[in-house]
Ligand binder design. Structure first.
Ligand SMILES: Nc1nc2c(ncn2[C@@H]2O[C@H](COP(=O)(O)OP(=O)(O)OP(=O)(O)O)[C@@H](O)[C@H]2O)c(=O)[nH]1
Ligand SMILES: [Mg+2]
Length: 442
C-alpha cells in the first residue's frame, strides 16, 4: 500500500513536471527502476574499488621476500664467482682433486641445500640423538629397512614389474634386469658380474616364484660384499686414533659426532680434534657434537695450521688418557694448497706423537654422489693410506647399489653406513643385514 501511495505521489510529481497524465504511473515506475539500477551499480563499483586496494596492499607485502630472494641469489652468485676466481689463481693443487672436488660440489648442489646456507645452519641443524643407545634388534632391522627404503622400492618394484611383464626369464629379461641394476648404481662391472652369475643359475629360479629370484640375486650380491668387517684397530698402548677424511659436504663432521657419541655410550673417553680450520664454524659444529658426547674438543682459531691442531689433540688425548682420538679434517682449502699434502702432514705429526697413529684413516663417501664416490676413493687411496670407508646418506638415495660397487671394487672395508641423521643411524656395515634389508619379505 505504501508503495502505491509513493508511486501515485511520484506520478503526480512527474505529471506536474510536464509528463502526459496517462503516462504518469509508467514514468514513475521507470524512474524507480532506473534509480535502483544506478544504486546497485554504485555499490558494485565501491566493492570492486575496495577489493583492488586490498590486493595492492598484499602485493606490497609480498614484494619484500621477492626482493630478499633476489638479493640472496645475487650474493650466492658473487660468492661463487669469488670462489671461481680463487680457484683459477691457484696452480698448486693436482687436477684430480680439483675434478673430484668440483664433481662433489655439483652433486651436492643437485641433491642438497647450497653450501652457502649450510654454513649458517651449523650448530642448530644438527639433529638430536634420536634413539636410546640400546635398541631392540628387530627395531634396528626395521630402521635399516626404512633407511634403505628408496633403494629397496626402486629395485624391488622394478624387478616385480619386470617379472610380471615377462613370461620367462629369457635374454631380454636379463637385459632389462641389467639396466635396473645399473640404475641402482651397482656399477657396470658389478652389474655384469651379477647378471652373468644369474644367467648361470636361471634353472634354480621358478618364474612363478619371484622370491626365488630375490634369494639368488641376494646370494650373489652377498658374495660380492666383503665378509664381516674387522673391529676397529686395537693399539698396544695409547688412544685409538681415527683420522677422518673426505671431500666437502660428504658428512665427515656429522659422522665423527655420531661416532664419538657411540664410543662415549660404550664408556670410552673420547677426544675430538677440530682439524678443519678452513671452514667458518666447522669447529663450532664439532663442539656441539663434543658436548653431546661429553668429549673434549681441541680447537684452534679459524685459518690456523691443522697440523698444529692434530699435534695438540694428540698431546691432549695422551695426557687425558683417552681411549679414542678422532680427527676432523677439511674437505677443501681456501688457499688451494694441496689438500693431500696437508693430510699427509697431519699424519706425520700425529705419528710422531703417538707412534703408529692414525690407526684408522676413515674415508667418508656420500652415497648420493653415486659412481663419483668411487673416483674420490681412488684419489684419496693414492695419497693417504685410507683403511676404511664410511658411506653416508644411503637413506637419501635410490642408488644404494653403490655399497656393493664400493665393497667389491675397492680393496677397502666398508666400516660404517649412514642411513639417517640420528646418532643410531650411523651403523656398522653388516653385509647380511644389508642384503636382508633390501630383499626381505619379497
Ligand atoms: N640424511 C642423511 N644426512 C646425512 C648423513 N650423514 C651426514 N648427513 C648430512 O650431511 C650434511 C653434511 O654433513 P657434514 O658432517 O657437515 O659434512 P662434512 O663432510 O663435514 O662437510 P665439510 O665440513 O664442509 O667438509 C649435514 O647436513 C648432515 O646432517 C646421513 O647418513 N643421512
Ligand atoms: Mg666438516
Amino acid at each position: 500500500m505504501n508503495f502505491e501511495l509513493w508511486l501515485n505521489k511520484l506520478s503526480d510529481f512527474l505529471v506536474g513536471a510536464g509528463i502526459p497524465a496517462e503516462n504518469g504511473p509508467m514514468a514513475a515506475l521507470g524512474l524507480i527502476f532506473l534509480s535502483v539500477t544506478l544504486l546497485s551499480l554504485l555499490i558494485v563499483i565501491l566493492l570492486l574499488r575496495r577489493n583492488y586496494r586490498s590486493k595492492d596492499v598484499q602485493t606490497e607485502i609480498s614484494a619484500e621476500p621477492v626482493l630478499t630472494e633476489a638479493e640472496v641469489e645475487a650474493e650466492v652468485e658473487t660468492e661463487t664467482e669469488t670462489e671461481t676466481e680463487t680457484e683459477t689463481e691457484t696452480e698448486t693443487e693436482t687436477e684430480t682433486i680439483d675434478e673430484v672436488v668440483e664433481e662433489q660440489e655439483t652433486s651436492s648442489l643437485e641433491e642438497e641445500a647450497p653450501p652457502v646456507e649450510k654454513e649458517e645452519a651449523i650448530g642448530e641443524e644438527i639433529p638430536a640423538a634420536t634413539l636410546p643407545a640400546e635398541e631392540e634388534p628387530d627395531s634396528l632391522f626395521q630402521r635399516m629397512r626404512q633407511g634403505l627404503a628408496k633403494t629397496r622400492s626402486s629395485l624391488v618394484d622394478r624387478m616385480d614389474s619386470l617379472m610380471g611383464s615377462h613370461a620367462s626369464l629369457d635374454g631380454e629379461f636379463l637385459e632389462e634386469l641389467e639396466e635396473i641394476l645399473i640404475t641402482a648404481d651397482f656399477g657396470m662391472q658389478t652389474t655384469q658380474e651379477l647378471v652373468q652369475a644369474l644367467t648361470g643359475r636361471l634353472k634354480e629360479i621358478d618364474h612363478s616364484e619371484p622370491g626365488q629370484l630375490y634369494t639368488v640375486l641376494g646370494e650373489e650380491i652377498r658374495a660380492r660384499l666383503k665378509a664381516g668387517e674387522p673391529d676397529w684397530p686395537n693399539p698396544d698402548s695409547g688412544p685409538l686414533v681415527i683420522m677422518v677424511v673426505g671431500v666437502n659436504g660428504v658428512g665427515k663432521t656429522t659422522t665423527i659426532g655420531k661416532l664419538a657419541k657411540q664410543f662415549a655410550d660404550q664408556g670410552k673417553k673420547v677426544v675430538l680434534g677440530a682439524g678443519d680450520t678452513f671452514r667458518a664454524a666447522a669447529a663450532e659444529q664439532l663442539e656441539v657434537w663434543g658436548e653431546r658426547a661429553g668429549a673434549e674438543v681441541v680447537r684452534h682459531a679459524e685459518g690456523s695450521d691443522p697440523a698444529a691442531v692434530a699435534f695438540d689433540s694428540a698431546k691432549a688425548a695422551v695426557a687425558r688418557n683417552a681411549d679414542v682420538l678422532i680427527l676432523d679434517t677439511a674437505g677443501r682449502l681456501h688457499t688451494k694448497v694441496n689438500l693431500m699434502e696437508e693430510l699427509k702432514k697431519i699424519r706425520r705429526v700425529v705419528d710422531r706423537e703417538i707412534p703408529g697413529a692414525p690407526h684408522e684413516t676413515l674415508l667418508v663417501l656420500d652415497a648420493t654422489t653415486g659412481q663419483n664416490a668411487l673416483i674420490q676413493a681412488r684419489t684419496f687411496q693414492e695419497t693417504v693410506e685410507v683403511s676404511g670407508i664410511a658411506l653416508t646418506k644411503l637413506d637419501g638415495t635410490a642408488k644404494g647399489g653403490i655399497v656393493v660397487a664400493i665393497s667389491s671394487q675397492l680393496d677397502l672395508p666398508v666400516r660404517l653406513i649412514g642411513i639417517g641423521e640420528g646418532v643410531a643411524d650411523l651403523r656398522p656395515f653388516d653385509a647380511d643385514e644389508f642384503v636382508a634389508a633390501l630383499f626381505a619379505n619379497n
